[in-house]
Ligand binder design. Sequence first.
Ligand code: SF4
Length: 334
Amino acid sequence: MDKNVKKIIDEAMNRRLLEAAEIKTLLALPANSEESFYARFAALQINQAVMDGKAEIHGQVGVNSGPCGRNCSFCSFAAANRLFKEQRVEATEEIIEKCVRLQAEGANAIYLMATATLNFPEFLDISSQVKKSLDPETVLVANIDDFGYPEAVALKEVGFSGVYHAVRLGEGHTTRIPLQKRLDTIAAAHKADLKVGTCLEPVGPEHSLDELVEKIIITREIHPAFSGAMRRTPISDTALSSWGKVSEARMAHIVAVVRLATGYEVAGNCTHEPNTLGVTASANLLWAEVGSNPRDTVIDTESGRGFDMARCRNILCEADIELLKGPSQMFAKP
Ligand code: SF4
């Protein structure tokens, strides 16, 4: 094994925060190399220390669908992708039923996801009804458009424990949302005492190592409940689909590098869509999805790409990783 690479990995295991050049060195390694498998082993040791080696499954419920003017190129809801023609908000009773079902099936946290088109008061109204229908200790997380401090306070008051928000790869170019706006939203959430989950996403074959490093460091500096890595799911006949997708093996390597780069302060390390290789490389957070889904072209992803709780559990089982029982520890940690 390359001695310099082993030294970097060992030092990450020994709690030294890696520098950008070191993260880049690790990312440049071939996925199936001896060094990559050592990185995955080391990443699992960090999971053992921060989460007792256990994993979580979070259930996400998409509450609306339809063309979204933010036009993030990778998203099936982007108006420019012309996949969804009409705005549609699911009946609140159905959203509640899905959330209650995910809770009963053992999801460690429930996310409500909305496109940027859904107005904030309507999202709050749906959320407050969902919150009242769930067990008080169930962790609720919002995955919505950018917002300011007053909205962050309102989310906290309704009962959200946190938000999912990311500075995406290509932010400002493939998304047309200024990078600073994403950071401002994350700062507003923190100021309102909401925890933030984030991720290196959506990774495509064309992204340079330098951009991956830049965005990994941003996830670390957010001090999130979890970081991780998600590949881009190509949506047929859209601007980015000709790039294809990154292999699960390459993503597993990236997941391990993110774990090593984010270190012991970050409890969670997600991957999406769920897969066994990612879990064996230290992904300790998977998502079950119902309702709308920005990677899918059907209104309810349960009949499409979405993984249910049983499928996510099975992936953990195949990887010999135990599922945490009860509310998310990632969102509980100070
Ligand atoms: S990722 Fe979100 S903001 Fe961007 S187009 Fe899709 S729904 Fe809209």
